[in-house]
Each structure stands twice: as structure tokens, then as C-alpha cells.
Design a protein around this ligand. Structure first.
Ligand code: F6P
Length: 596
């Protein structure tokens, strides 16, 4: 049933009315399809009270049938509604009037927030309670960007001085490297940095680096320097990361919260060999530094603990870009002061999140609307569409933040969720995406879209003879796409335009497809920080409402442990000690084929 609910808005899926009024049967009407549907399992018995048992939830379900009768085209005519759905925070304009929601929907979502004890959960996070229950940890990435004089307590201790202890150490170290006071083993200045890390120890720093790389002030600050990332264990990635670099002028930063991640440690050993084969073993102390919570393993690896930058177990990997994980490589590239602007941007949005009443709190409202889209309207995916090339890595980063956080099947108390949580995130910068997957978004499945644009471009190109600047051209698409999705185009309009009847169904746009518009003043260190915090906090809100633990990631473990079993078998088979055994037929066959 739920499958068909998802399809409901994409009218015409089940049966196509052909010319002459003949109904063509769809594959979904076939006996084989019905049999498949019958086989679907009922969810496991839910013993504990879930948020979906609450009155607020039930009222939203009832309200859903009302909303399904309305079309965004009509909702957009209500100017009062639209006006109250456009908010501005510290220069960022957020317009959620193109969500399939009325003011009543928002009221009902706020009642759900109350029922889910959202304010209490936000307070628990900020006050250092161990809300990551399965790992018995606090969740305090917000403390990483707090001003020096702030007080954020964790286990009876203010953590802000420690945070600033590391920030001061990064400032000092990065200034010494950038100024040439810290030199390599052969006396050369270190101009190139390779940051090794994966997942949260890579995606956030990559996103911010890409966003700043083309910003004029940052370009100036990074002159003569380069920052590269090495994440994949695929040897191709190492060859790309090291291509054209000389160990004599390269600093390698090994970034790993645990310092045990297989891919990162193998890449770290690869880079260590690359350095020592040319410069000797002693060069490691000048050419390799680390960022980790596990300083013991850093030392065992051979990196001087003096050259290690700490963070804490209350920082989740995917929330760690504002720790040394991101701050160190970015400071080496752009200087600490620039990175501090980024931290200030995140803090400005954090403060808004912490202090603003729920009804005008942007991360809260957007989080609630995402829950509405996913769980009530049945849209499991979200497209993140920055109309800014500089934000090209926003979607991959948010993919991890969101999907590793909320892709869960049980509530925080371990009871199975009686509804789907989590959101499938994907995206590409506009306008590239328009020539790729927008077809599906406009006429296929309903995918709520986040459009992100900037008033001012990092670059201005305005050629003589062109009617608009390149940035205006880009932004014309930003404005147009949201209305195309909302309004669509009817068969009546098409007929009036003289479109041949046989083509009309193919050219109809049903519209009624929700989107969100986020308009930044520009893309710089501060606004990138604001945007990051907006997403981080919004995703936390979604998890708080679904009542999942957004801060653990047990789902990544099984694949890792199976890989380690395969690894030892591969090793044994290669050294002819043992045959491949203990796997199912398929894996055994594939492994044997691979080994052959
Ligand atoms: O993929 C699982 C994960 O644990 C992520 O949560 C984390 O960001 C990544 O691996 C890297 O972990 P580490 O920083 O410990 O190397």
C-alpha cells in the first residue's frame, strides 16, 4: 500500500488513458505483481509506545488527506501564507512556501515537536547529557565553535578551554608552516598538504575547501599552496593525490577519530613509505602530523604526539569538520583567521538554533518539514541542489551527515520503528543537475528539493553583448525551477498551445512538487559555516522527532567485519596456505575468479 501512496502524486502511473478513451493496463495490475505485494512482511510487533502513537501524529495523518486535496499552485496564491513562510536569519533568506504545507500543517508539526519533547532534547544535547546512549557519549560538536568565553559543560567540566587549547595550537602550527618557520627534513618550505581520512574525516573538510577555493580572498591566502585529500583505499586515489608532489615539500595530515580505520591507516602507511623512501625514517616527524582522539595509536604509528591535534569522543565523525579534522587542513591552506570566520558562521546559526522559539527557528522548521515530507507525504528522498559550483560537495557531505545519522530501523530505546525514518540524499550543483536527473524530479517521482543560491557570485563574468551576467543566467534557473516544480503545466495549457493530442500526456507537468529555497548573500567562509550548521541541526531535529539515535552508526560495522574475513582469506589464498572457504557459493565463485 505504501508503495502506491508514494506514487499517488505522480498521477497516471497505474493506467495510461490512450486516444479514444482506452485504458492500457499497467504492469502493476498483473497477477505476478499482486502476488509480490502479498508477500511483503508486516513489521515486527511494536511493544513500546512510539511517537507514531501520539495524538499529534494521528492528527497529522488526518491532516494529510486535506493537504493531498490541495495543489501547490493554489497554496502559492495565498500571499499571507507565503509571507509567513519566508524567514531571514543573519542575512540568509529561507523560503519554505513551496512545501506542501499550510500554516495549519506547521502548527500541527509544532505540536508533534512538543509531543516528541524536541526542546528538551535540544537542551539535553547542549548541556552535555549522554544522548548518544548506545555509545554512552555526549554530543557536543556545537562546543567546537563556541567563543573563547563560552561555557559548555560535559561530565562536570567546561570543554570550551580545551577546544581553544587545540585551536591555539593549530593557529600556531599552521602559521609556522605557512610562514616557512616549520620546514621539511631537507630544509624546504612545506607548500603542499595531503589530508588522509575518510567519511566524516574527509567529506566535511572537502566540502569547505571546495567552497573557499574560488573565493577571491581565499585564493589570495592560498597562493603558492595546495591542499589535496586522500580518502579511498583504491590505489588510484593515492596515485591521484600524490601525483606531481615531492615529499620534500609535502606535509601529510592523517585524520582519523579512531586511528583504526582500515582505509585511512593503509593510506597513511602508503604515504609514510612515500616519504621515508626518499627522505629517510627521521623525516616522518617533519612531514607527518595527525588529528585524532586516539593519541596513543598516533604515537604507536610513529607520529610525534607533539605533532598531534586532539579532539574528543563527544564529537561524532560526521559532525567533526569544525574540530581539528577540518580546522587544521583548512588553516594550513587559508590561514587560521579565515577558518575562524567559518567557525563564527556555524556558531551564529547554532545560537539561532539554541535560542529561538521553535515556531521561528529555521533548523527546527526545516527539520519538521522534512519529517512531514518523508514520513507523512511518503517522499523518501531529498535533492540538494546548490546553484553554486563552489558548493559542489555540499550534497556528498550532507549525504553522510543525514544518512549515517538518521538511517536507522529502531528507536533510541531499541524498539523497531513502526514507520520509515531517514532520508535518501543526493544532489549536484545546478544547472548541471538539470541536464541529468531533473527529468525524474519534474515528471517522475516526487523528490522534495533544496535549492540553494547566492545573491552575489564569487566571480563575476559579464561579457559585452550578453543580456545578463553568467551569475544572473545561473540564478534565473534557481528561481524558475522551484516554480516549475510547484505549478507544473496542465494538459489544458498544452492544448491551448496547439500541442498535438498524442504528445499532451508526455508534456504534462503535474506540478505540486515541494521545494525549499535558501538564498545566501554570498558564498564565503562565514555563510558556508551558517549553511553547515543549518543542515547539521536540521538533521538532528529530524532524528529527535523520529526518536532515533542520530549519533551512532552501527550499520557500518557488519560490512567492515566481513571485509576483514575476506581480507584474511585473500591473504591466505595468495600465499597458497589455504583455499577459499566458508563463504556462500556466490562469494566463493567470485573470490576464486578474482584470485585466478
Ligand atoms: O563509516 C564509518 C565511520 O566510522 C564514520 O562515522 C567516520 O566518519 C569514518 O568512519 C571515519 O572514521 P575515523 O575518523 O575514525 O577514521
Amino acid at each position: 500500500t505504501s508503495r502506491w501512496k508514494v506514487c499517488e502524486t505522480g498521477k497516471g502511473v497505474r493506467g495510461q488513458r490512450l486516444r479514444g478513451g482506452v485504458i492500457k493496463m499497467a504492469i502493476a495490475d498483473s497477477p505476478a505483481w499482486n502476488k509480490y505485494q502479498e508477500q511483503e512482511q508486516e513489521p515486527e510487533h511494536v511493544s513500546r509506545k512510539a511517537i507514531s502513537d501520539s495524538l499529534a501524529w494521528k492528527q497529522l495523518q488526518q491532516h494529510m488527506s486535506e493537504i493531498k486535496k490541495t495543489h501547490l499552485r493554489e497554496l502559492m496564491k495565498d500571499e499571507q501564507r507565503c509571507k509567513s513562510m519566508i524567514k531571514e536569519v543573519d542575512g540568509i533568506v529561507v523560503d519554505y512556501s513551496r512545501q506542501r504545507a499550510t500554516l495549519e500543517t506547521v502548527e500541527k508539526l509544532l505540536s508533534l515537536a512538543e509531543e516528541a519533547k524536541l526542546s528538551e532534547k535540544i537542551n539535553a544535547m547542549w548541556s552535555g547529557k549522554h544522548i548518544n546512549a548506545t555509545e554512552d557519549r555526549a554530543v557536543l560538536h556545537v562546543a567546537l565553535r563556541a567563543p573563547r568565553d563560552a561555557e559548555i559543560m560535559c561530565d562536570g567540566k567546561n570543554v570550551v578551554p580545551e577546544v581553544w587549547g587545540t585551536l591555539d595550537k593549530i593557529k600556531d602550527f599552521s602559521e609556522r608552516v605557512r610562514s616557512g618557520k616549520w620546514i621539511g627534513a631537507t630544509g624546504k618550505v612545506l607548500t603542499d598538504v595531503v589530508a588522509i581520512g575518510i567519511g566524516g574525516s574527509f567529506l566535511g573538510p572537502l566540502f569547505v575547501h571546495n567552497a573557499l577555493e574560488t573565493e577571491p580572498a581565499c585564493e589570495e591566502l592560498a597562493k603558492g599552496r595546495s591542499l589535496r585529500f586522500l580518502s579511498n583505499v583504491d590505489p588510484v586515489d593515492a596515485s591521484i593525490a600524490l601525483k606531481g608532489l615531492d615529499p620534500e615539500t609535502t606535509l601529510v595530515v592523517v585524520v582519523s577519530k579512531t586511528f583504526t580505520t582500515a582505509e585511512t591507516m593503509l593510506n597513511a602507511r602508503t604515504c609514510r613509505a612515500w616519504i621515508t623512501s626518499k627522505l629517510g625514517v627521521d623525516a616522518v616527524s617533519k612531514h607527518m602530523v595527525a588529528v585524532s582522539t586516539n593519541l596513543k595509536l598516533v604515537e604507536e604509528f610513529g607520529i610525534d604526539p607533539k605533532n598531534a591535534f586532539a579532539f574528543w569522543d563527544w564529537v561524532g565523525g560526521r559532525y567533526s569538520v569544525t574540530s581539528a579534522v577540518g580546522v587544521l587542513p583548512l588553516s594550513l591552506q587559508y590561514g587560521f583567521d579565515k577558518v575562524e570566520e567559518f567557525l563564527k558562521g556555524t556558531w551564529s546559526m547554532d545560537e539561532h538554533f539554541r535560542n529561538t522559539p521553535l515556531k521561528s527557528n529555521i533548523p527546527v522548521l526545516l527539520g519538521l518539514l522534512s519529517v512531514w515530507n518523508v514520513t507523512f507525504l511518503g517522499c523518501p528522498a531529498r535533492a540538494i541542489l546548490p546553484y553554486s559550483q563552489a558548493l559542489q560537495k555540499l550534497a556528498p557531505h550532507i549525504q553522510q551527515v543525514s544518512m549515517e545519522s538518521n538511517g536507522k530501523g529502531v528507536a533510541i530505546d531499541g524498539s523497531p520503528l513502526p514507520f520509515e525514518a531517514g532520508e535518501i540524499e543526493f544532489g549536484e550543483p545546478g544547472t548541471n543537475g538539470q541536464h541529468s536527473f531533473y527529468q525524474l524530479i519534474h515528471q517522475g517521482r516526487v523528490v522534495p528539493c533544496d535549492f540553494i543560491g547566492a545573491v552575489k557570485s564569487q566571480k563575476s563574468v559579464y561579457m559585452v553583448g550578453e543580456k545578463v551576467s553568467n551569475h544572473d543566467e545561473l540564478m534565473s534557473n534557481f528561481f524558475a525551477q522551484a516554480d516549475a516544480l510547484a505549478n507544473g503545466k496542465s494538459s489544458e495549457d498544452l492544448k491551448a498551445e496547439g500541442v498535438p493530442a498524442s504528445l499532451v500526456p508526455h508534456k504534462v507537468f503535474t506540478g505540486n512538487r515541494p521545494s525549499l529555497s535558501i538564498l545566501l548573500p554570498n558564498v564565503d567562509a562565514f555563510t558556508v559555516g551558517q549553511l553547515l550548521s543549518l543542515y547539521e541541526n536540521r538533521i538532528a531535529v529530524q532524528g529527535f522527532i523520529w526518536n532515533v539515535n542520530s549519533f551512532d552508526q552501527w550499520g557500518v560495522e557488519l560490512g567492515k567485519s566481513l571485509a576483514s574475513r575476506v581480507r584474511s582469506q585473500l591473504n591466505a589464498a595468495r600465499t597458497k596456505e589455504a583455499a577459499v572457504e566458508g563463504f556462500n557459493y556466490s562469494t566463493t565463485f567470485l573470490l576464486q575468479h578474482y584470485l585466478k
